[in-house]
Design a protein around this ligand. Structure first.
Ligand code: NDP
Length: 251
């Protein structure tokens, strides 16, 4: 029987690579995006995945920082693929780069809503469509995209680090709550990965930061898609934070 995966923020960067991995593993993929400018991009990725891996895809615009939009996203997935959802990847994320004096409350509320509240909303809405069919032999999996920032601190990213630490707490608590009921919950905490998110920051600062990575280079989206592939095929792994980071948090 075919299986269904939902990924938030699947239009670009890490989310795009993870959408492709889901297709490669044989899931029907529901790709979420938010910006009008990403509609065509998301539709292109979806049709490429369908053609290459012979799975079905659905593209849904939703701002996952809002509960009502999350409801629409899950409803659309259930309407197209049925009441059983097998995988949820909470990947949508944004960042600010501001000191804690000058930042506005609107800016940090937006980061918390997009990065953390979205995962609370989506897990709340999707879990009923998982526990209705999950079992030891037919596991469902939730994967939250955290960050090394959630494991360490990053200057001028207090809101981002708080959101990403929150995702790790959510991961561990839900892993315990649903252990033995066929639902595994894990997090991926990427180090520095070259995407639009990094292209948007000061490139001199980025270069200096990249020099502090023990492996000596910035990672690729395939490093994170590979971690997703591992988690999805590792039945004994739950409540874990897998962190492809070039040794970044060892120092
Ligand atoms: P990008 O900026 O390249 O992509 C962000 C994605 O999130 C886009 O698909 C975007 O959609 C989507 N998104 C943002 N806000 C919303 C929203 N409210 N509702 C729905 N979708 C939304 O970022 P990355 O690929 O780099 O990051 C992906 C994840 O990985 C994020 O959670 C990020 O925090 C995390 N991460 C990234 C690291 C890096 O070095 N790149 C390091 C550690 C963690 P749209 O295209 O419509 O804007």
């Amino acid at each position: 029987m075919s299986k269904t995966a939902i990924i938030t923020g699947g239009s670009r960067g890490i989310g795009k690579a993870m959408s492709e991995k889901l297709g490669e593993l044989g899931y029907n993929v529901v790709i979420n995006y938010r910006s009008d400018s990403s509609k065509a991009l998301s539709e292109k990725i979806a049709s490429e995945i369908s053609a290459k891996y012979k799975v079905e895809t659905l593209v849904v615009r939703a701002d996952v920082s809002k509960y009502a939009d999350c409801e629409q996203l899950v409803d659309a997935a259930v309407k197209k693929f049925g009441d059983n959802i097998d995988v949820l990847v909470n990947n949508a994320g944004i960042t600010n780069n501001s000191n804690w004096i000058d930042i506005t409350h609107e800016a940090y509320e937006s980061v918390i809503a997009t990065n953390l509240m979205s995962a609370l909303h989506m897990t709340h809405l999707v879990l009923p469509h998982m526990i209705n069919h999950s079992s030891k032999d037919s596991q469902c999996v939730i994967v939250n995209t955290s960050s090394v920032g959630g494991m360490t601190g990053v200057i001028n990213q207090a809101d981002y680090c708080a959101s990403k630490s929150g995702l790790i707490g959510l991961t561990r608590a839900l892993a315990l709550e649903f252990a033995g009921r066929g639902v595994r919950v894990n997090a991926i905490a990427p180090g520095m990965i070259m995407t639009d998110m990094l292209r948007g920051v000061n490139q001199d600062e980025l270069k200096a930061l990249a020099g502090t990575i023990p492996e000596g280079f910035i990672g690729d989206v395939s490093d994170i898609a590979g971690a997703l592939g591992y988690i999805l095929t590792a039945p004994y792994v739950t409540g874990q934070v897998i962190s492809p980071n070039g040794g970044f948090v060892l120092q």
